[in-house]
Design a protein around this ligand. Sequence first.
Ligand code: ATP
Ligand code: MG
Length: 209
Amino acid sequence: MRIGIFGGTFNPIHLGHLRAAEEVREALELEKVLFVPSYLPPHKELALGVPAEVRLEIVRLSIRSNPFFELSSFEVEQGGNSYSVRTIEYVRQRFETVPWFILGQDAFNEIITWYQSSRLFDLAHFAVMSRPGAERPELADVLVEEAARFRPAPDGYVSSEGNRIVFVDVTPLDISSSKIRDLCHQGRSVTYLIPKEVEEYIERERIYE
Ligand code: ATP
Ligand code: MG
């Protein structure tokens, strides 16, 4: 099965996430994209005032109409620090396949700082989505010594073990969760930036006031 893992805080999920994930799904012919909201440690939750359960609900509402999209509460159920390595291992076991890990260029550019980052590239293929404001540096500048394992391929890079890094140019939508939260805090409209169902939910539940 060709499966993608799309992780994030999704605080809240917005049309930048959803459209980019849909374009990656189509480009890579994925049969399923698992949306995996990260757990936030309690102190961070308090600071943001948005519990994991709420972010799960927001994602659930926004992907409901897409038969290829599925919610996973794996990281929330695990609690503590959410490590992508663990999530990838879980998906590999559950679906008996090498999954595609989907992330934006801004996140990819910092991947070397992630927990057990060198193992990540053995466990999954990577689909890196373009994102407004994020540059696409040379692989060696992002992966440092890990880059030596990869050689150029038509759509990105492939490692000696066959793991791929593919760059997908998605429709540039300059939307971020921080921007949504700011607009809400200011009492301004977020219409056409997030799905209607999410807008109604966060308004009704007064999530970002
Ligand atoms: P925040 O402003 O709180 O950081 P965010 O909009 O960056 O929120 P995240 O939950 O941090 O959202 O992002 C999850 C993943 O989605 C990351 O890999 C990020 O790069 C990617 N992503 C977010 N917004 C976009 C976008 N507009 N286009 C492409 N990728 C995006
Ligand atoms: Mg972000």
